[in-house]
Design a binder for this molecule. Sequence first.
Ligand code: AMP
Length: 395
Amino acid sequence: MAIKKLNDYNIANKKILVRADLNVPIENGNISDNSRLISAIPTIKTIQSLGGITILISHFGRPDGLHKEEFSLKQVVPELEKLLNFPVKFSSELIGINVLKKIDKLIAGEILLLENTRFFVEEEMNDESFSKELSKLGDIFCNDAFSSSHRAHASTVGVSKLLPNCAGHLMKKEIDTLENVLKKPQKPLTAVVGGAKISTKLNLLLNLIKKVDYLVIGGGMANTFLFSNGLEIGKSLCEKKLKETAQRIILEANKNKCKIILPHDVVVASEFAANANFSIKNVRDIDNSDMILDIGPSTCDKINEIFSISKTLIWNGPMGAFELKPFDKGTINTSVCASKLTRNGKLISVAGGGDTVSALKKSKADKDFTYISLAGGAFLEWMEGKNLPGVECLL
Ligand code: AMP
């Protein structure tokens, strides 16, 4: 069964309960990145154009089930209004008679944002009676929060079972894109996995080696693979206990005809600090005072060569300690190459998860990538091959 869209319903004058992800970062009282609000706009505009009423709900930060003003969604109202060029009403209550009265007064096209779903412990418990209260807020439930769909919460899963449901634009776009790259990709398919540790990305690696033609491993996690191959890695970040696991991944990859690409040259320094003295070394020449902080230029060339023969690319995690100059070079060099190939129509490139988005933004490569997913954990779980409860419940 296919997931329904807004257009599959006659929504004129209907109240559409939209679960969005408005969880934007706040620094010194200001929104430091409004990307998630921008992504929420198309669904709201569609509801307006179809004559529906938008009732918006979302989580915001981690208030741990308590009403804490610093986690009030009221803070996003001015920016939402600016992006929509339309007034957004706000209710400091999420459920109950007062909210229902407010909703009853709304007319077609109007937008009401309700307070943080995580002000209730029942939200993360996917509590049945709380879900029932949420279901009273609308006639149709529209889930537009792919980024929250890896958790079965009341505002994603619970309520979806109590109302006719559908996926919003962002949810649909994420599902379509991720299905295209992982389930029916244009081959050769390459995955780049970087970042700090293997332990947090074990399931991801195990799933990818079954699907991809090339698996590029960079960042701190590459050190564990180099160590497991018997190489000296000095003071570098390394999960020595996962030596056997790394070997098993290499073995499984071979069985699946997935070629693993590890760095053959690296940038080393004696300390984890910006502008630390550095040198470029072959991975066979590392000594015990060295700390590997980035992939080297020759490895970048090799990775870029693989990109040029690939049709599809999935990217998660930086190639080095990209927050510290000059150890951002490997990530910048390779992501710029991927973005150029994408711009020239030669590559479909999708990135997401954790630090990946900020790493790609740093190189400005994000602009040309085919798709950048803002769904951190949900993106990773999808890539691990898991079924996401927030998506399953819409089927
Ligand atoms: P993750 O959240 O697992 O994607 O990891 C991202 C983090 O990995 C970033 O903060 C990077 O600084 C860090 N990282 C990447 N490469 C290295 C490395 N060679 N040594 C230490 N940290 C690294």
